[in-house]
Design a protein around this ligand. Structure first.
Ligand code: SAM
Length: 243
């Protein structure tokens, strides 16, 4: 069976979010809203950005939505449900999530209980500026780096480069500080959502797209930037940085 992408995405959102029921109503509703409303999650699968990558590190993983999403995709594909024109589904991967907030780590561990026990997922409460990234085939950093000062961002990116195997990929989503009003809206929403989630993350350290590109290229990455805010009023860009 080859479901149409929009129907398929809706089913995948339900499947991934259902894991959070046991963590409570808020994490469940948050999962449905974020996975269904953020175009990055479907794009990761449609373009096969993590296909064939087995050691995945998710920095600033929050409640582990990326892991829940990849597991749902793997399950759907193994049942023969995968959109015809999408790239290969992720499979047989291990995700290691790193997250500053203990309550998010606890939610991720609850939602992925069986996979944590079975060694397919792990989540650590740690600051990305100090955490060990281990060795990885892919590192994902979605909307996280701007919480730390510029020098700390550069150091995280340098350590990510060192953690990646040859041919590895970094998927880095940033807000383009050169994008005018949509960027201001992104920042405002970021502030409100994080306050509602009980985070006190303070000042944001943002950069224009060209500056992100320069930093990544200086570390040896080949970079492709794809707008990643379709259907939202934001100025988000997904940078696919390949070693
Ligand atoms: C906007 S959320 C994005 C969550 C997730 N990447 C996603 O796309 O669903 C940013 C996350 O980064 C985490 N974070 C912020 N600073 C961090 C740090 N220094 N180390 C690890 N995580 C951090 C926050 O606690 C929050 O969960």
């Amino acid at each position: 069976m080859n479901p149409t992408p929009s129907h398929f995405i809706q089913k995948l959102v339900e499947r991934a979010a259902a894991r959070y029921r046991r963590a409570g109503r808020y994490p469940w509703h948050f999962a449905k809203g974020k996975l269904g409303g953020d175009p990055a999650f479907a794009a990761l699968l449609a373009y096969g950005l993590l296909g064939g990558r087995t050691r995945i590190v998710d920095i600033g993983c929050g409640q582990g939505l990326l892991t829940a999403w990849l597991l749902a995709a793997e399950d759907a594909a193994s049942e023969g449900q995968w959109p015809q024109d999408w790239s290969m589904a992720p499979q047989a991967f291990h995700v290691h999530g790193i997250e500053l907030m203990q309550h998010d780590v606890t939610r991720a561990q609850q939602a992925m209980q069986a996979e944590v026990r079975g060694g397919r997922a792990s989540f650590a409460a740690a600051d990305m500026c100090a955490a060990d990234f281990g060795s990885a085939d892919a590192v994902v950093i979605l909307d996280v780096l701007h919480y730390v000062p510029i020098a700390a961002q550069d150091e995280v990116l340098r350590r990510v480069r060192d953690a990646l195997a040859p041919g590895g990929v970094l998927l880095l989503r940033i807000g383009d500080a050169g994008a005018g009003l949509p960027f201001k809206i992104s920042n405002w929403v970021d502030h409100v959502v994080n306050t509602l989630r009980g985070h006190r993350l303070g000042r944001l350290y943002c950069r224009p797209l060209a500056e992100w590109q320069r930093v990544l290229e200086s570390l040896g990455f080949k970079v492709q930037a794809q707008p990643m805010s379709k259907g939202t009023p934001f100025a988000n860009v997904l940078m696919v940085a390949q070693l």
